[in-house]
Write a protein that binds this ligand. Structure first.
Ligand SMILES: [Zn+2]
Length: 381
């Protein structure tokens, strides 16, 4: 894989933030599209950690649906927050209608229990992305800034929008004139993967701040509402994880108590929002609290890898047990993306980064260049 020079990456990050600041949009779509691109790139890295240079509108639509899914809930028992200066953002409105009509299922449940309806929802989100935010994200003052991607169905902003019938045919898997590719400019996938840990909190903050302005609310409570893990994650996996870890903390190996142990996102949720079962472990509250949003050290990564995926990168029997017991078997097809995420993060770390070893708050190991190969061996499938 080719690593862009540090100066180029900094310049790229500055230009992304400029684009977000200036993009001609009255909605929060620009943030969703950018975070969606980042997430798809991370989850699609190759075995050697190389980022993709082409992704599809479908992959992006799935991520954008995920990002907005929580936002369709009522804020503080009040109303659904608006994400458009004029009325509601269409994508969010679609998701609100979908969830309200079905008793507010979480993302995982909707996907599991209503696969056809959920696929139709993603179809709609994909169509809106194609129509509006994707062609517009890079427009500043009527001019296109070619920073991130070129869209497969037309390189020029003047080119005709795809027809609904073509997109529908493509979504049904029929022959179609619609080209669903989002072609990333050279180095963009790599830069997004490397910058993810830095861009995400900045973009989330800006997103929360725009929602606060539109709804005339204080910003403080919003970030948590918009970006913390959904509640559906926790309860059902606790018991099977307990069995799997034989009642011991994933990090320190000490005995857990049922009432106080916590479910930890192995790859910190703040770093990459993955609440699939592959990313969940059970830990002491104090170990979880000591780890905070740091990445875990190699010894933990090795055990997590062994627990979660077999040598070929397929979910282990242990993970399949957790999925089955938790009634989340469909989660198993998300497990390869979690392994790719681990590769995307660990194989791109710059030297000098602190990885949490625990169990105390101050116990870190420093990632050095010559550790990369060992991580690559652990994370290959
Ligand atoms: Zn512990």
């Amino acid at each position: 894989m080719t690593e862009p020079a540090a100066d180029d990456v900094v310049r790229f990050a500055e230009r992304v933030l400029f684009l977000l600041g200036r993009a001609a949009t009255t909605t929060t779509y620009k943030y969703a599209v950018l975070l969606g691109l980042v997430d798809v790139c991370i989850e699609q890295v190759a075995e050697d950690g190389a980022a993709p240079d082409v992704i599809t509108t479908r992959q992006l639509a799935e991520k954008v649906t995920w990002l907005y899914f929580r936002h369709a809930e009522r804020f503080a028992e009040g109303r659904v927050l608006r994400q458009n200066r004029r009325g509601q953002a269409r994508i969010l409105q679609e998701i609100v209608s979908y969830r309200e009509a079905r008793g507010m299922p979480g993302w995982h449940r909707a996907r599991r229990e209503d696969p056809e309806g959920f696929a139709r929802l993603v179809d709609e989100v994909e169509w809106y992305l194609i129509r509006n935010p994707l062609p517009r994200l890079q427009l500043v003052g009527g001019r296109s800034i070619d920073l991130l991607y070129r869209i497969g169905w037309g390189p020029e902003e003047t080119s005709e929008a795809p027809r609904r019938s073509d997109v529908r045919a493509y979504q049904r898997g029929e022959a179609s004139a619609f080209d669903n590719r989002i072609l990333l400019f050279p180095g963009v996938g790599e830069a997004l993967v490397r910058l993810a840990g830095i861009l995400r909190p900045v973009v989330e903050r800006q997103w929360a701040s725009m929602v606060a302005r539109i709804n005339d609310l204080p910003e403080a409570d919003l970030e948590r509402f918009l970006f913390a893990p959904a509640r559906e994650t926790a309860a059902a996996v606790r018991g099977p994880l307990w069995d799997l870890q034989e009642g011991r903390c994933f990090y320190c190996g000490g005995d857990l108590r049922r009432r106080t142990c916590q479910i930890d996102h192995f790859i910190p949720f703040a770093r990459h929002p993955d609440d699939g079962i592959a990313n969940l472990v059970l830990a002491h509250g104090r170990c979880n609290g000591a780890k905070r949003d740091f990445l875990a050290a190699r010894r933990h990564v090795e055990r997590w890898r062994m627990r979660t995926w077999d040598a070929g990168g397929r979910p282990t029997k242990a993970l399949a047990y957790v999925a089955r017991e938790a009634g989340r078997e469909l989660d198993l097809d998300l497990a390869p993306a979690t392994l790719a995420t681990a590769r995307a993060i660990y194989l791109h770390l710059p030297p000098g980064i602190h990885l949490w070893r625990g169990p105390s708050r101050d116990a870190f190991e420093v990632f050095e260049e010559d550790h990369r190969e060992a991580f690559a061996r652990v994370l290959v499938s």
